[in-house]
Ligand binder design. Sequence first.
Ligand SMILES: Cc1ncc(COP(=O)(O)O)c(C=O)c1O
Length: 384
Amino acid sequence: MSNYNQELKDIKKSGYYRDRLIIQSPQESIIKINKKRYINFSSNNYLNLSNNKNIKRAIVSKIQKLGVGSGSSPLISGYTEEHHKLEKDLSKILNFESALVMNSGYLANVGLANAIAEKNIIIFQDRLNHNSIIEGTRLSTSKLIRYNHNSYADLEKKLANFKKYKKIIYTDSIFSMTGEITNIPILSSIAKKYDALLFVDDAHGFGVLREHENIFPSCLNFFHGKNLKIDAYIGTFGKAVGTFGSFVAGSKNLINFLVQKSKPYVYSTALPAALAGATRESIKLIMKTKTLNRTLKNNIHFFRKNATENKININESITPIQTITYGCPRKVKKIQNKAFENGLFIQAIRYPTVPKNKDLLRINLTSGHNLKQIEKLLNFLRYI
Ligand SMILES: Cc1ncc(COP(=O)(O)O)c(C=O)c1O
């Protein structure tokens, strides 16, 4: 057993101790903490929908009709018409044969990696993949091999060493801690070349990436027309969609297989039906309200243009996740505290969420921010 008393002391000494803040307001561009107002640059609520009045109305009316809890797991009596309709909507907008609604993005990855696991399967993963993908594989019987971040040459070298095995390439589409977009067309052609499956976790791209306005935003939209072969697509509702839950999309057989074998699906109480209903409403709203993604894009452009002009050392990223690397947990925590004193809520991201000495400040932009709020952030970043 871990000596948690001692470990806690060690964590505190090392500068990696984490605290929770108590939020006293809805997730918006302004949040309340300790009765004070802060500009919120630490939310994945990219389209500012989590407090949207139409979605709130939808969930309230579904709760009135269907109740709050779902009562049991989906295979017992927790799977409702709302879940079914949501799955139909998802497979249609993303152009997959089938989809499975699950309880969170974390569980979707753990459930998928576990269900598919076999001793002679190797799962190849980018070093910066989200913890749920890495941990999901570690908990399975498959072998995990990590390739250097965004190094397709390293991936190919590793794939070539395991010709006789069944292979899966499993990746984030947008890396959650850097905001970079993975080159899915390259990964897709590597997967074809080495006869591997490709699984893509689009947690930060679903609802966000909108290059083609008439298609639902996602990494599939961003790389539209590039002849992608994706065998499993994972999305979450807790970020841009503004609700909660997740899904896996893929072939009919993959989804039917997950219904049999994905343990977090089979053995856990189903997502409340009202949440599935509200999520359908949110997806419809995103599809028809193109201004949400346009405003988000404008905010990203405004931030990056001004940051560069003011010589703020931002890392490369065209997504709402913008970062500045400081490489020292204490320094980045100090900056977070200073930002807080100045009315800005920005999170320091430290080891183990990022590798040691890569500690960074992560700024999440949303369509709910106005230019004045972003200017306040830029002014702060200029003088630290
Ligand atoms: C890439 C990625 N996948 C999965 C998740 C987990 O999703 P959820 O918050 O729905 O559990 C996250 C959360 O931050 C993520 O960044």
